[in-house]
Structures are given as structure tokens and as C-alpha cells.
Design a protein around this ligand. Structure first.
Ligand code: MN
Length: 314
């Protein structure tokens, strides 16, 4: 069914000056799209991630555009910034319906989409959108928590249950949760009950060893030629480097270690990347917002290096 432009643009645009990186490309002229999803309904400990899209955009405007890992000039490609998804205040189900719709519409235009969260619940409708276009995609999640509860504080759809809902509701080839270091007994029992070839946790504690790297690469082996979604819950990273998150969890990895893992697993089949759970209110010096923006730029470079375009910085 053809969609009207109004329906497609279920977003509040931001003025060009406030676009991600401080400049915008038209959707026709770039393969990279970006959208803010200020979903902040189910927050249980400390909130404020609705402000994260703004904080990440703001930080991005001060970052350079030559990528550190891949020497790609991101400016040559640029992002089309769609602004923020328009959500239904207090209504997580309706908000998710809108998120799924807008993500699906962008994917149908053959774009690679970067999502600025918002709480982790965002990943459910966005992954469903990917699964509605590609058969059985893979989901690769970086998270200190496994988000596999059946319910949390009486609610089925929230940041602590999101991966369980995805396992139940979204067709997938494989879901790999990297770095989970804080699991409840309920989550451990649930994990034992699911098909381990479809859902796998790669535990990492503190420093990422060569052995951890190999475990990650092995776990996503069967996702190699498969459309992929990468979800980065910023609490994967140690709170020393990313203090501004909603649910901090000690004993995490460093940002460089995260990017080193990403460098090994990203290929041309990555279609959606989300960066979620940043809480600007608890982010003194804005380091977490800067890190989120930096991670997006580096991942864009890692995807672009597979594209057949001359984009080297030097
Ligand atoms: Mn999470």
C-alpha cells in the first residue's frame, strides 16, 4: 500500500543546524538515515533518555568526520536526519506501532538507519520492521543486562523485557547478546529453556580478551551474509567511560574494546544500528553523549568501507 508523505513523516523535523553532525543531506543523496526516538516511558531507575537524541546530535556537531578505525570521510556521504519520531505520550504500545511504521518506511527506501534512543524498548518495533522486510534477520545486542524478564514492575513492554519480547514476537535467525554481566535467576532459567542455536549470550567481564573476541565472532558466524541489526545499550560500556546511562552496571568494557569487537563483526549487511539508554541528566561533561555520537560515526565508517565508493580521508 502506498503511503502518503504525511504518514511516512511520522517525525518532528529538527532544523538543519541541529542535524546530526550539524549538516543534512537529502534522503535521495545519501544511503545513511538517522532518526531520534525519544521513548522514555518504562524507565525504572533513573530516566531522561527522551533528551538523548538532542544530546547526541549536539555532541556530534563538535566531532570530526574522518573515522578513526576506517579512515573514511563521513562528510562525503553524510546523513539524512529525519528528526524525532512522534510518539504517543504514556502509551508504549501505540508508540511502538509508530516506531515500527516509520522504521519500515525508511528501510523500504533502501537506507541504512541509525536510531538515537530512547530506552531499549525501541529495539522491539525497530527489529520487527527489519524482520518485515528481510526474512529472519540477526540481532546483535551489546548490553550489560540480558533484558530477558517476562515482566518488570507489572509491565510486559519495557527495557528489562525487550529481548524476551523480540525472541517471542519477531522472526529472527539468531539473537546474540554480547557482554551481559548482570542476569537475574529468572533470566538464566529462561535462557536455559530457549533454543541455544537461536539465542546466545557471550559473557564478558571487564577487559575484552582475545578469547572473548573469538567467542563473539563464532557466535555470529551464521549471521555473516544475513541482514543484521546492531543494538548498543550504552551500559555495556563501563560506567567509568559512560556514566550517563539509565541503569549503570559496573565491570564493563572500554569504548575502544567495543569498537574493536564491532570492527570484527560489521559488514555490508548491517541495516539498522541503535544507540540507546543514554540519560543526559546523569551525564556530567556530556561524555556519554559524545561517545554515543562517536560510536555512530565509527560504525558508519565500518559499513561504508564495504561500499564501492571512493571515500578515504587520506
Ligand atoms: Mn538494555
Amino acid at each position: 500500500m502506498a503511503m502518503s508523505e504525511a504518514e511516512y513523516l511520522y517525525t518532528t523535523p529538527v532544523s538543519e543546524r541541529y542535524h546530526f553532525l550539524g549538516f543534512g543531506k537529502s534522503l535521495e543523496n545519501t544511503m545513511l538515515a538517522i532518526i531520534g526516538v525519544p521513548l522514555d516511558i518504562s524507565t525504572s531507575y533513573r530516566g531522561g533518555c527522551a533528551e538523548a537524541p538532542r544530546a547526541i546530535r549536539e555532541a556530534s556537531r563538535s566531532l570530526e568526520l574522518c573515522t578513526a578505525f576506517t579512515n573514511i570521510d563521513v562528510e562525503k556521504v553524510g546523513f539524512h536526519d529525519l528528526g524525532d519520531a512522534v510518539l504517543a505520550p504514556g502509551d508504549v504500545v501505540e508508540s511502538m506501532r509508530r516506531i515500527e511504521h516509520v522504521v519500515q518506511t525508511i528501510l523500504m527506501k533502501k537506507k541504512r538507519l541509525f536510531i538515537l534512543g530512547g530506552e531499549h524498548t525501541t529495539t522491539l518495533p525497530s527489529f520487527k520492521a527489519l524482520a518485515s522486510i528481510f526474512e529472519n534477520p540477526c540481532l546483535i545486542v551489546f548490553d550489560a543486562h540480558s533484558d530477558l524478564r517476562q515482566e518488570y514492575l507489572g509491565s510486559r513492554y519495557n527495557h528489562a523485557t525487550v529481548l524476551r519480547r523480540i525472541i517471542e514476537e519477531a522472526p529472527h535467525k539468531k539473537i546474540v547478546i554480547i557482554g551481559a554481566r548482570a542476569l537475574s535467576k529468572e533470566e538464566v532459567n529462561y535462557l536455559k529453556s530457549v533454543n541455544s542455536s537461536r539465542v546466545e549470550i557471550v559473557k564478558i567481564l571487564g577487559k575484552v580478551s582475545e578469547n572473548d573476541m573469538n567467542n563473539v565472532v563464532k557466535a555470529i558466524e551464521e549471521c555473516k551474509k544475513v541482514p543484521k541489526y546492531i543494538s548498543i545499550d550504552m551500559d555495556f560500556i563501563d560506567p567509568a567511560y559512560a556514566p550517563g546511562v539509565q541503569t549503570p552496571e559496573p565491570l564493563g568494557a572500554t569504548p575502544l574494546e567495543l569498537l574493536e569487537i564491532l570492527r570484527r563483526i560489521i559488514d555490508e549487511n548491517v541495516y539498522i544500528v541503535d544507540v540507546v539508554e543514554i540519560a543526559p541528566r546523569y551525564d556530567p561533561s556530556e561524555v556519554t553523549a559524545f561517545l554515543g555520537a562517536k560510536i555512530i560515526i565509527e560504525i558508519a565508517g565500518m559499513i561504508l568501507q564495504y561500499m564501492n565508493v571512493e571515500m578515504k580521508c587520506w
